[in-house]
Design a protein around this ligand. Structure first.
Ligand code: SAJ
Length: 415
């Protein structure tokens, strides 16, 4: 095997599991992050993020001396960039973290190194990364060099793992390998074969970028269809869950689940990268984003209408995370709904979130109280189901019978 030392830039939800899994295969891995807290935590064999089994894998890799974290890059044979790619104003992709990563690794790059961009990126980002690296290191020859045969390798290999199942999917999912040239793809495959059991499928960097954006946009459009149906059904007084169950009995229909909106840092972001690249053409993709972004406001209006029937309504909001059985509140529609209800003084707001121990400041400062499920069920006039956590599924439906139920996840409304 030609890789002995690999560097992973960005030790977040993707970078840290990737680093730990590669280290568990016996390679020396050095993880780079700008957060001193993340670096120190990892070097103690601990984790700063919640993901099933990640703590065990990181602890083993650190104890074996195969994984180490640092604030400063050092030479390696391969560099995997797994930094955030959020959007900035105007829903335009923000590539500044990728640029910073390029600036950080450029001084330690050596002839023959492989640089992989794993971050979800707009079309053309890998070409941009290659250009930045070439400018920073004119002594090396990157793909596309006008006068020299390249002696550096660059590829885009987008991550596709599902939070909550990261360690399993890192190994079992197929990987798209988008090299800047055939030689770059060959080199990247060599690295991924160290830990990927799925197939490694070769394409160009631009197609690889678009493939990742397409996967998340596909899901967004399909969730938007379900969310639109839920709003239509509310108007027509039809149980949307029964409707979807019936339609899904057709052999070629598979409608996803409506919810309070789409959260997380992927599906609610990535489609905008396509819209930004082709604003005139990406009509369905844009509308789907707008439909999903409008859903929290629909839920808020329902709660407000219910609250108007009470003098001093107590509203129990079940769930704050962006999806079931995780502690991740980032870009969560549930969180936004609870915050806006509190800010609009809709009533006394009780939040139930079994996966956290204290509320984010944005909620506690707005007067929201974090309470147990039992307490919430005892006090509430209105129950709003925002996340289908497993604890909520065990609730005795008779405890809700006397309350107004707004069930955005169909937890108690499925027939
Ligand atoms: N949601 C619904 N209805 C559904 C399914 C999901 O409302 O039927 C909501 C969830 O509640 C959540 C949001 O959508 O708020 C996104 O959740 P998710 O489970 O669909 O996806 P993520 O964001 O956790 O992970 C996605 C995955 N992409 C696809 O399934 C196509 C994952 O494979 C990607 O690696 C990840 O994005 C990423 O990093 O891009």
């Amino acid at each position: 095997m030609s890789f002995k030392k690999v560097s992973v830039i960005g030790l977040g939800y993707i970078g840290l599991p990737t680093a730990a899994v590669i280290a568990s295969r016996g390679l020396e891995v050095i993880g780079i992050d700008v957060s001193e807290n993340a670096v120190n935590t990892i070097n103690e064999g601990k984790v700063h993020i919640v993901e099933p089994d990640l703590d065990m894998v990181v602890q083993a890799a650190v104890t074996m001396g195969k994984l180490r974290a640092s604030l400063t890059p050092e030479p390696a044979e391969a560099f995997m960039i797994a930094v955030p790619t959020p959007f900035k104003e105007g829903k335009k992709p923000d590539l500044s973290y990728i640029k910073k990563a390029a600036e950080a690794i450029a001084p330690v790059l050596e002839k023959g190194n492989l640089v992989i961009l794993e971050s979800t990126s707009p079309v053309g980002a890998t070409e941009k990364l290659t250009t930045w690296l070439q400018e920073l290191r004119p002594d090396l020859h990157f793909p596309g060099h006008p006068n020299h045969e390249p002696d550096m390798y660059v590829a885009h290999c987008p991550e596709r793992v599902l939070p909550g199942r990261v360690l399993e999917e890192l190994v079992s999912n197929d990987r798209i390998i988008g090299g800047m040239s055939a030689a770059c793809s060959d080199k990247a495959i060599e690295l991924y074969k160290v830990f990927v059991r799925g197939n490694c499928i070769v394409t160009g960097a631009r197609t690889a970028e678009m493939a990742k954006l397409t996967e998340n946009s596909f899901r967004d459009v399909n969730i938007a269809f379900a969310n639109e149906l839920s709003v239509i059904c509310d108007k027509l007084k039809i149980n949307v869950w029964e409707l979807i169950a019936l339609a899904n009995r057709h052999p070629r229909v598979n409608i996803l689940s409506p919810g309070p909106g789409v959260g997380g840092h992927c599906i609610a972001v990535d489609p905008w990268f396509i819209v930004d690249s082709a604003p005139e053409e990406a009509k369905i993709i844009r509308t789907a984003r707008e439909t999903n972004d409008a859903k929290p406001h629909f839920v808020i209006d329902k709660v407000k209408a219910a609250a108007d029937e009470f003098k001093r309504p107590v509203v129990a909001c079940l769930g704050l995370a962006f999806k079931p059985d995780i502690d991740d509140l980032r870009e969560s529609p549930a969180l936004d709904i609870v915050k806006l209800l509190a800010e609009d003084n809709v009533g006394e707001i009780l939040a139930v979130e079994p996966n956290i121990t204290s509320l984010p400041a944005s909620l506690s400062e707005s007067g929201v109280n974090l309470v147990s499920l039992d307490h919430a069920m005892e006090k509430a006039n209105i129950v709003v189901v925002l996340v289908d956590h497993r604890q909520f599924k065990l609730l005795d439906i008779s405890t809700i019978a006397t309350k107004v139920l707004i069930d955005t996840r169909g937890l108690f409304s499925k027939v």
